[in-house]
Design a protein around this ligand. Structure first.
Ligand code: 13P
Length: 254
């Protein structure tokens, strides 16, 4: 849909220590010229959020967090609240990244609670969905994506959906160098959008919803992926750790 503004996120995961994170943020702030044609966010590790926000300065690059806890404060050892993240300049949060679902063990129920908590706190949400290789091979790609989408968005109003982006990240494509073909990715995105249109919301929500692709997106394959009708940007891991690569992908989205 031509009039959806692409959204490109850099998920730095558990990479880049303080100076490296700041240097990358400074390089991005310098190389990325503000434009109203693409939304951009980077998600550093918790300890460097505030430093990265400072380094991004007045650039239009938003600061995102890779995770948070649903409660506002209290006895939740090791957790970080949404208001703490806001203090650090965060305005976007990831929910349900496959590494949190499959490595840390987050459930669909917790993902849904996180979506609600983040929207109530005024954050933008990137809800991640995607199938594992054995699910793909069993022909379950669309079933997994629609189930994770339905669970994640349960109880979310149509009006709140303007603050939600979905990231389709096939688990087998993350960090492996294996990218979904543009056709496969397009089919998965179209199925998610169709489900949002007919199973969850309506035409307006489905047509406005941005669906990012994530999984070994690089400057070389980004133009063809982002060129697909239902792919509205990317959620980038490895290639987000280098300013030139990330900016190459941003240029593809422009
Ligand atoms: P890679 O780009 O390294 O495959 O990671 C994708 C991802 O998980 C972004 O959230």
């Amino acid at each position: 849909m031509a009039d959806r503004k692409p959204f490109v996120g850099g998920n730095w995961k558990m990479n880049l220590h303080g100076d490296e994170a700041v240097a990358l943020a400074e390089a991005l702030a310098e190389q990325f010229t503000a434009t109203d044609k693409v939304d951009v966010a980077v998600c550093p590790a918790f300890p460097y959020l505030a430093k990265v926000a400072d380094a991004l300065g007045s650039s239009d690059i938003k600061v995102g967090a890779q995770d948070f806890y649903i409660e506002p404060n209290g006895a939740y050892t090791g957790e970080v609240s949404l208001s703490m993240l806001k203090d650090c300049g965060v305005s976007v949060v990831l929910v349900g990244h496959s590494e949190r679902r499959h490595v840390i063990g987050e459930t669909d129920v917790l993902c849904n609670e996180k979506v609600h908590a983040a929207l109530e706190a005024g954050m933008e949400v990137i809800l991640c969905v995607g199938e594992k290789i054995e699910q793909r091979e069993a022909g379950q790609t669309d079933a997994i994506n629609t189930a994770q989408t339905a669970y994640g968005l349960a109880g979310v109003d149509a009006e709140q959906m303007s603050k939600v982006t979905i990231a389709y990240e096939p688990v087998w494509a993350i960090g492996t160098g294996k990218t979904a073909t543009p056709e496969d990715a397009q089919n998965a995105h179209a199925a998610i959008r169709n489900f949002v249109r007919t199973g969850l919301y309506n035409n307006a929500v489905a047509d406005g919803l941005r669906i990012q692709y994530g999984g070994s997106m690089k400057p070389a394959n980004a133009p063809e992926l982002i060129g697909q009708a239902d792919i509205d940007g990317g959620l980038i891991g490895g290639a987000a750790l280098k300013a030139d690569d990330f900016c190459g992908i941003l240029n593809a989205a422009l």
